[in-house]
Write a protein that binds this ligand. Structure first.
Ligand code: PLP
Length: 417
């Protein structure tokens, strides 16, 4: 799309005047100011809010924060992260399901930094990065900023199951025209659908990639695990991890782990990219190139949350407290998702296959029109390419239960249902 800039260069990007989500979110906030929170649904926020609309911050984590010494946050951290953080973040990411292989962790500014670094270092300029058709829109921005773009496979088949055939087909097609392939799978509790790959889905992914890898090209499988601790039992949702060790040498799994949601430390910008390599040489190379790339993009990552994570992991009682506190909020979130999906089934509103997490999506032939119609009723949701996204993370359970009927009615009014 041709755009005109005064002095800035377009560099192949399409840059809107206003970020769509922030625009809707601002209108939601204005409606709340005018009519009161009870009269408005703000389902646009990508952070966990309590039933009063306040950001959930784990008290146990906040206490650690308030007991820090200035050195813990004012000083630079090493480029790849503090040594203690590199160890502890692997414990946090893998839990009781440590995959076999040569692991290395590099600190990044949130999961976003991990995604950026994975794409920058494991694909070539001009390459297409593969993800599902329903996906977190910033993947496009992250890839586009460094001269790559996103290609998609169809996430679900006609039986509403993971579409392994499409995944295989598009992977093969891309590998036939590129020297390498980066794949991003956001699971469990995918944004925007709430889908979690099952263990059977994972077996299919491993089998397909093993077959595709016979071409000898480099394949990088990025597991965007931003919501892993909000899908359900932390242990159960990590059971897929050991399967990654079955992949051949030229397929490198990288976990993009984030402290944003798990520790409610969104604004501290902390995460890590963790590789599970078949050889020590591949893990060493990962560390070397990703640290180099960090230096040239954000230099080093903020130290504060790295220290917080290590304080938590050096104190088992504190770790247990953090886990318990998170479980309480996770149960609140899961109850909202269940309320929404049950009510959707009751009124016959189709939703995209949902398991858990911050978001639920409703397919729509004209998401912008649907979102505008719902705004008339003071319901603020995010229109995507293929449907609308409801953040159950920011909507209380009673409203989650009532929403499907209102969405269904709006779709009928628009002739969409
Ligand atoms: C799918 C997905 N991946 C990654 C992230 C990265 O978040 P952060 O950079 O805050 O860790 C988010 C945050 O909203 C997300 O929704």
């Amino acid at each position: 799309m041709a755009q005109s800039f005064i002095l800035a260069r377009q560099n192949g990007r399409s840059i809107p005047q206003e970020d769509k989500i922030f625009g809707i979110s601002n209108r939601a906030k204005a409606a709340i100011r005018e009519k009161g929170a009870a009269a408005v649904v703000n389902g646009t926020i990508g952070a966990l809010m309590d039933d009063e609309g306040k950001l959930v911050v784990l008290e146990s984590v906040d206490e650690v924060f308030h007991n820090l010494d200035p050195n813990d946050y004012a000083e630079y951290a090493p480029i790849g992260g503090l040594a203690s953080f590199r160890e502890d973040v692997q414990k946090a990411a893998f839990g009781n399901h440590v995959p076999e292989g040569f692991k290395a962790a590099v600190a990044t500014p949130g999961g976003t930094g991990s995604l950026r670094n994975a794409i920058a270092n494991y694909s070539d300029p001009g390459d297409q990065v593969l993800t599902s058709d329903w996906h977190w829109a910033p993947y496009n921005t992250i890839a586009g900023e460094i001269g790559r773009s996103i290609a998609t496979f169809t996430f679900f088949d006609e039986e509403r199951k993971f579409n392994a055939a499409s995944f295989a087909e598009v992977s093969r097609e891309l590998l036939s025209k590129q020297e390498s392939l980066v794949i991003i799978l956001n699971t469990p509790a995918h944004n925007p659908t709430g889908y979690s790959l099952t263990l059977e889905d994972w077996d299919q992914v491993i089998e397909i990639l093993t077959e595709e890898a016979s071409c000898g090209k480099a394949i990088t499988l990025v597991i965007d695990a931003a919501y892993i601790d909000f899908a359900g039992d932390e242990d159960e949702y990590r059971e897929f991890l050991p399967k990654l060790s079955r992949l051949p040498e030229n397929v490198l799994p990288i976990m993009a782990y984030s402290l944003s949601k798990t520790y409610t430390l969104y604004g501290t910008r902390c995460g890590a990219m963790i590789c599970i390599a078949k050889t020590q040489e591949i893990a060493d190379e990962f560390k070397r190139v990703c640290e180099f790339s960090s230096r040239g993009s954000w230099s080093n990552s903020a130290k504060v949350a790295q220290v917080i994570l290590s304080r938590i992991y050096e104190d088992p009682a504190l770790l247990a407290r953090v886990d318990e506190e998170r479980e309480k909020y996770r149960n609140m979130l899961l109850a909202r998702g269940t309320a929404f999906s049950e009510a959707a089934a009751e009124v016959g509103l189709e939703i995209v296959p949902f398991d858990a997490g911050f978001f639920v999506s409703v397919p729509s032939p004209d998401p912008d029109a649907l979102s505008r119609k719902l705004e008339e009723k003071d319901i603020f949701l995010v229109p995507l390419k293929l449907g609308i996204r409801i953040s159950v993370a920011s909507v209380p359970e009673d409203k989650c239960r009532m929403l499907p009927a209102v969405i269904k009615a709006a779709m009928e009014e628009l002739g969409q249902a």
